[in-house]
Design a protein around this ligand. Structure first.
Ligand SMILES: NC(=O)c1ccc[n+]([C@@H]2O[C@H](COP(=O)([O-])OP(=O)(O)OC[C@H]3O[C@@H](n4cnc5c(N)ncnc54)[C@H](O)[C@@H]3O)[C@@H](O)[C@H]2O)c1
Length: 350
């Protein structure tokens, strides 16, 4: 396959990520970047990357086939629509838009122009999510009761545009979007029956600096998504509980521990001392009634996202992150905002 020429809009943190990957890519070749801030364009030049003088210059460059948009969230729609109308295939950073209304317009233009359009859901390639999904699909834990997916930091929300509502700041659009997309992937895009969300406003009142979302899927799985930025001790990254066993991934890059029931055990437990009392209910089980093992990190290459997109442009594959999926993730975030505003569970059929 001939490498496709790529231009990146926005040369900040994530623009740099896309450029670094493009420079080593087997499927794309970096044509250049455009950033609205001249200092960032100058930085690109010193990094050996061609800075374009304007967005128009990028869009008028007939050699550019793919445009990746890595600018603050409130600017996505305008840049995506202009790039699609210029005939470019577009990858937009997450969150793809600020509302379903915006997203529907972007999808409409993509359909009308025939230019491919997707969102960079790179965290589908996270190996913690991949391992939980593989275990879910294997069915070894029996009926899954609940799944908890958390990211916890303690530095508060970054002080840049992420702290500003007018730029699409806040942790639901920032991290929630990843964890919600992962949730749908793990449960096989089951229908979502309800959403409950409670937000944190610990370090700022402008946008939520944390969120706690409970998604109830129609197949009965309760899935908690939690983003915390004031957690000085972190809870596990993933916890999954089924009727026949449990699994945990304590931290990024750690093995997944799986414990599976061999037999329920009819034997009466010997009470154990627990703090100021005795308990039979919480006594540890006999070891021979379970087996356990660890799942190390499998290989994963996030650049497969670009490989798929390039093959999708050539009509050889369907794009991995579809418009329908993008819509469902967006609608879930909207339901979460609505739930937090009303302090109620929102019934959905997403
Ligand atoms: N997928 C991921 O893992 C991931 C991680 C971080 C950020 N992101 C997303 O990437 C996007 C950018 O985030 P970031 O952390 O790189 O932000 P950033 O502030 O580091 O960089 C944004 C850059 O865009 C430039 N910019 C702003 N408006 C512009 C415009 N109209 N045209 C051209 N350039 C413009 C800014 O000057 C800045 O250099 C956001 O949507 C964010 O949610 C995704």
């Amino acid at each position: 396959m001939n490498k496709k020429k790529l231009a990146v809009i926005g040369y900040g943190g994530m623009g740099g990520f896309h450029c670094r990957h493009a420079l080593e890519s087997d499927v794309v070749e970096l044509a250049g970047v455009y950033d609205i801030d001249p200092a960032r364009n100058e930085k690109a030049r010193t990094d050996g990357i061609r800075p374009y003088g304007s967005l128009e210059e990028v869009l008028n460059d007939g050699a550019v086939e793919i445009v990746t948009v890595a600018t603050p969230n409130d600017t996505h729609m305008d840049i995506v629509v202009r790039a699609l109308m210029a005939g470019k295939a577009v990858i937009c950073e997450k969150p793809v838009a600020l509302s379903s209304r915006q997203l529907d317009e972007m999808i409409r233009v993509s359909n009308e122009t025939g230019s491919l359009f997707t969102v960079h859901q790179n965290r589908r390639w996270d190996t913690d999510k991949m391992r939980v999904q593989a275990l879910y699909e294997k069915g070894e834990l029996g009926r899954i009761i609940d799944i908890e997916s958390r990211v916890h930091g303690s530095r508060g929300i970054p002080g840049d545009w992420r702290k500003k509502p007018e730029h699409g700041g806040g942790m639901i659009l920032d991290w929630g979007v990843h964890l919600i997309d992962q949730a749908f992937c793990i449960v096989g895009w089951q229908r979502l029956a309800s959403v409950y969300c409670r937000n944190d406003y610990v370090t700022t009142n402008e946008v939520e600096d944390g969120c706690h979302i409970v998604m109830e899927f129609e197949n009965g799985v309760f899935y908690t998504v939690e983003v915390g930025t004031c957690n000085y001790v972190s809870l596990p990254r993933f916890y999954m509980r089924g009727e026949n066993g449990s699994a945990v991934i304590v931290n990024w890059n750690e093995p997944m521990k799986v414990v599976v029931k061999r037999q329920f055990s009819e034997k009466d437990a010997t009470p154990v001392r627990a703090e100021s009392g005795l308990t039979k209910t919480m006594a540890p089980r006999d070891e021979d009634t379970t087996y356990s093992y660890e799942v190390p990190m499998p290989p994963s290459d996030v650049h497969d996202f670009y490989r798929n997109f390039c093959r999708a442009i050539d009509g050889e594959e369907e794009q991995i992150v579809t418009h329908g999926q993008m819509r469902r993730v967006m609608r879930t975030m909207e339901a979460a905002f609505e739930s937090a505003r009303l302090g109620q569970v929102i019934k959905t059929s997403i």
